[in-house]
Design a protein around this ligand. Structure first.
Ligand SMILES: [Zn+2]
Length: 105
């Protein structure tokens, strides 16, 4: 299930419908239809919906001229890469990227 501002949820619902899925949407309790909503698809469509959603997110990032980077920092390794700025840094004793300041813990 996806939740978000109503306009964004409607955008994703249109994307899914255009790709042959049958999304269901509704208002979030207490939020009112004009503010936030939920979106769900049938279980059999979950993988396809997640792939379409990720593709949509990646295209938004590319449209802004930014690189698509779906990585996570590995703090079990002696050195890792920041998913935000791609700086490499030693993980021992730190919980922030020394380059951009992204906090990990
Ligand atoms: Zn960083």
């Amino acid at each position: 299930m996806l939740t978000g501002k109503t306009d964004y949820v409607a955008e994703i619902a249109r994307l899914f419908a255009a790709e042959g899925l049958a999304p269901h949407t509704g208002p979030l309790p207490g939020g009112g239809w004009g503010t936030h909503a939920w979106l769900a698809v049938a279980g059999r469509d979950q993988e396809r919906a997640q792939a379409l959603f990720q593709e949509h997110q990646d295209s938004m990032v590319r449209r802004e001229g930014l690189p698509v980077c779906n990585t996570a920092a590995d703090f079990d390794a002696p050195e890792t890469e920041c998913p935000a700025c791609q700086a490499k840094f030693a993980t021992a004793g730190t919980d922030r990227c020394p380059s951009c300041g992204l906090r990990f813990r």
